[in-house]
Design a protein around this ligand. Sequence first.
Ligand code: IMP
Ligand code: MG
Length: 331
Amino acid sequence: MTVTVVVGGFFGDEGKGKIISYLAQKDSPVIIVRGGAGPNAGHTICDEHKTYKVRMLPCGFLNPGARVMIGPGVVVNPKILLQEIDEFGAKGRALIDKKCGIIEDSHISRDSDLKSKIGSTGSGTGPANADRAMRELKMAEDVESLSALLTDVPGEINGAISAGRNVLIEGTQGTFLSLWHGTYPFVTSKDVTASGICADVGVGPTKVDEVIVVFKAYVTRVGDGMLNGELAAEEAEARGWSEVGTVTGRPRRAADFDFELAGRAVMLNGATQISLTKLDVLFPECAKKTAYDELSKQAQSFVEEIEGRLATPVTVIGTGPAVRDIIDRRS
Ligand code: IMP
Ligand code: MG
């Protein structure tokens, strides 16, 4: 039985969606539960058939045998959630906590100030969390269209843990977008480190077995705020590192892998494992490899440098966009 938490190690968009989707199918968790801020987060997942983009639904939805849940710490946009449940066939196995806060149109309009001030996504997440702190926010239990989805998420998860089942807890955003530990004020409206994600879903620290911190092989950031060693847009383009945000469509700024930042992320999250994504973007000869010994010497040295300098094993490595493009060195 394993309780695993997966969080982003940099500024979001590390490729957590794909890693979570893989673990959700490989490890057969009975519950996959999402913590984090709200629909400001976007995850992209590709399988053999298509590319999925989710903003509210947990990334584990591609495992039809698992129930997917959203913890009470997350603010929910009912329109986006209901649409994703419908579109991705999660009806009947997607549940949210009755104490999830609700984003309304007024939150989205209030977010436009923050868009220009700090580069917010404009999803209404920050203003909704502010209203929650003011004890003014509407709860999911007060919204009729959500009534069929409501449950006691912490009760469900802790019940599964007591029964000896696997549970996967998915974080959103990244460590340095944390309201406490990030590059304030250019941060999101919550703590999004492993401890914060566990609090969002109602799992106590003694119940967690593994904390997997996901790093991309290079660093990207959307919105404003510091990015050490930021490359000129043309250089990022030449290296194949130019990406656009899942939610906002804005270009992502890019820089080399940052060992110092990564070390701090390992510390702040209490990481037991590292997942490294997009290794094929740095080392094209590694594309779609599924075994560690098929990687080039240079790619292996990069992985081993990360393990050495961060004193943490690199266990799950992404070598391409599809969920099956993965090297799993666990066990
Ligand atoms: P907000 O959370 O929408 O207020 O945005 C605050 C900052 O966090 C902005 O720079 C956003 O671009 C960034 N941000 C929020 N959520 C994510 C995410 O899931 N991935 C990447 N950046 C994010
Ligand atoms: Mg994203």
